[in-house]
Write a protein that binds this ligand. Structure first.
Ligand code: M6R
Length: 369
């Protein structure tokens, strides 16, 4: 049942190109227009929505954080993202014009379910992004966009995450389409790249041997930090979460701009620091800033592990280890940049002799609040 792999997690990492392609299937037309028939929320309600609130837990929350960048940039609808477990207890401001998006692989996470129930009680419409047909969260939502990752068995989420990202991008683009957002040329390229993203993920998977080797060499590290900016920031959070749950190591993700506000004090000789670098194209300010951040941590002794797109030569002098990913528009970069971090955590945990499919103290689906 593990299809020749030692662990479900390895199998599920390898299945990501197909999971991504399956989640896109039939949803982007040859003309670049989106068809999301499942979204039974009337177009009128989608046009009238004045705020989007995304809720989820763990990895699903990270997908939501990335979605916020895409939704606000592409549609200009204000978007908030909140941990489902915090949401209803702070009495959030919701009404009929708020569209709530609940993201959950299992569809059974109690925190997320309680958040969506609260939202519906306030009159908001809820769209679920879910991987499990007929589970509770889609049943209790107004509409559902299914991710087609197939069953995810390993406790650490991998293929479900990438498909949640695809679903979020689709929702963002669909909202833009319905609301007739005035788009520049950028969107055509984004849709084309998104349609092709399964192949790009496949390309990344073929280059993972050096990442595995690096992970094995770090099995005795006490701590690993992850830095990113823009959508690279949630990718950093996700990389750190994978390492915590699988390798039981101290790992933290930071927005690179926050370094000087505290975390830089953690840097000591030999500390591995993974940096997710946004594309230098189009957003060169962001890129320049993160190159400075790499220099800052390296000057203080960090061992830098840099995830950067092919052709980005500016990072080369400061990278002790360089992990290349294909060039894609910045907002889509998490689809390719997350994969090496999954492989890294899985390999490091295996090197430490841990059971990666069933990490201690964790359950695949958390059905208590
Ligand atoms: O089934 P869900 O997507 O609602 O689960 C949410 C989290 O419990 C889940 O993503 C968890 O953080 C994973 N173990 C992360 O790898």
């Amino acid at each position: 049942e593990k299809g020749g792999y030692d662990y479900f997690m390895l199998k599920e990492i390898a299945e990501q190109p197909k999971a991504v392609a399956d989640t896109l299937l039939g949803r982007i037309g040859a003309d670049g227009r989106l068809t999301l028939d499942e979204i039974r929320i009337p177009d009128r309600a989608l046009r009238e929505a004045d705020k989007i609130v995304i809720v989820g837990c763990g990895t699903a929350f990270h997908a939501g954080l990335i979605a916020k960048y895409a939704i606000e940039h592409w549609t200009r609808i204000p978007c908030e993202v909140e941990l489902a477990s915090e949401f209803r207890y702070r009495d959030p401001i919701l009404d009929r014009r708020t569209l709530v998006v609940a993201i959950s692989q299992s569809g059974e996470t109690m925190d997320t379910l309680m958040a969506l129930r609260h939202a519906r009680e306030q009159g908001s419409r809820v769209l679920a992004i879910c991987n499990t047909n007929g589970s509770t969260i889609p049943r209790e939502s107004d509409a559902v966009l299914y991710t087609h990752a197939g069953p995810e068995v390993a406790v650490a989420s991998t293929k479900a995450f990438l498909t949640q990202l695809v679903a979020c991008y689709l929702v963002a683009l669909y909202l833009g389409q319905v609301r007739q957002t005035k788009w520049g040329d950028e969107i055509g390229a984004v849709v084309r790249q998104l349609a092709d993203s399964g192949r790009l993920v496949e390309q990344v998977l073929h280059t993972m041997e050096p990442v595995r080797e690096l992970a094995r060499s770090l099995a005795d590290a006490r701590s690993v930090l992850f830095l990113g900016r823009h959508v690279g920031y949630p990718v950093a959070l996700e990389g750190a979460l994978k390492l915590k749950e699988l390798a039981y190591m101290h790992a933290e993700g930071f927005a690179a701009g926050e370094l000087k506000h505290g975390p830089i004090a953690l840097i000591e000789d030999g500390l591995p620091v993974v940096v997710v670098v946004p594309s230098p194209q189009g957003r060169s300010v962001l890129h320049d800033k993160i190159v400075s951040n790499i220099q800052e941590v390296r000057a203080r002794g960090a061992r830098t592990i840099v995830v950067a797109e092919e052709g980005d030569t500016a990072v080369e002098p400061y990278a002790d280890h360089l992990i290349r990913v294909p060039a894609v528009p910045t907002l889509l970069q998490p689809l390719v940049a997350t994969v090496p971090l999954q492989v890294f955590a899985c390999e490091l945990a295996t090197a430490k002799g841990h059971e990666v499919d069933q990490p201690r103290n964790l359950a695949k689906s958390v059905t208590v609040e």
